[in-house]
Design a protein around this ligand. Structure first.
Ligand code: SAH
Length: 220
């Protein structure tokens, strides 16, 4: 009997990814750079092998350590909100997780600085994203509540875990003219916010309801 090698076909195929991109368009994402980046990124490699067949569904999935990879719509939407006012050179991401959002981001901005508080997650993400040849990224194992002051200010800040309020250190590290996209609130009651820094202060827009894992302090 012939053995079939099914890796790379079926649920993880290019066609499945194309369907995901089609759904994102229906959901209102229309930035082509972002859609291309999501088409180009093998999301099934970022989740456990047992879940690979579900990687392109519009759902959050576990990545270990009580954390989740965000659903494709949220990844696309947050990236679109971040890029809305033009191209970005230097972006800080808090919550590397499995590195999927990092990989997408690195294809649409010049350079990404990404911070994760759980070391094994950070190491795994770094190896995988590097193996996919995305090299315009620096990684830090730290509590993202401190930001990453060495490279501040940032044109964009993207936060993928929800604190009860915007960490002050992140506001300080946002450039004038810069944009931060961040979920704010507690489990069951979070909203996505976009904060724009202008010469006189910060403007906050409240966007849609979201459901992120909590922003925690300290390192593991
Ligand atoms: N963008 C990620 C989402 C991962 S879930 C992905 O696509 O996989 C959110 C991540 O934020 C988790 O990995 C969690 O450990 C991390 N996190 C939570 N609080 C943090 C903090 N204060 N500093 C850095 N990372 C944090």
């Amino acid at each position: 009997m012939m053995m079939l090698n099914v890796k790379g076909i079926g649920m993880t195929s290019m066609r499945t990814r194309e369907r995901m991109v089609g759904r994102l368009k229906e959901q209102g994402v229309n930035n082509h750079k972002i859609l291309d980046a999501m088409r180009n990124t093998p999301r099934h490699l970022f989740v456990d092998e047992a879940l690979a067949s579900r990687a392109y569904e519009d759902t959050a999935l576990p990545i270990g350590y009580n954390q989740t990879i965000s659903q494709p719509y949220i990844v696309a939407k947050m990236t679109e909100l971040l890029l809305a006012s033009g191209p970005l050179a230097k972006v800080l991401e808090i919550g590397t997780g499995c590195g999927y959002q990092t990989a997408v981001l690195s294809q649409v901005v010049d350079y990404v600085y990404t911070v994760e508080r759980i070391q094994p997650l950070q190491k795994k993400a770094k190896n995988l994203v590097w193996s996919l040849k995305h090299k315009n990224i620096s990684y830090l194992h730290s509590d993202g509540g401190w930001g990453w002051p060495d490279h501040a200010p940032y044109d964009g800040i993207l936060v993928t875990a929800a604190p009860p309020e915007i960490p002050e250190m992140l506001l300080r590290q946002l450039a004038v003219g810069g944009v931060m996209v961040i979920p704010i609130g507690h489990a069951g009651g979070q909203e996505l916010q976009r904060v724009t820094r202008n010469a006189s202060g910060f403007e906050v827009e409240i966007l849609e309801s979201v459901n992120f894992v909590p922003f925690l302090s300290g390192r593991e």
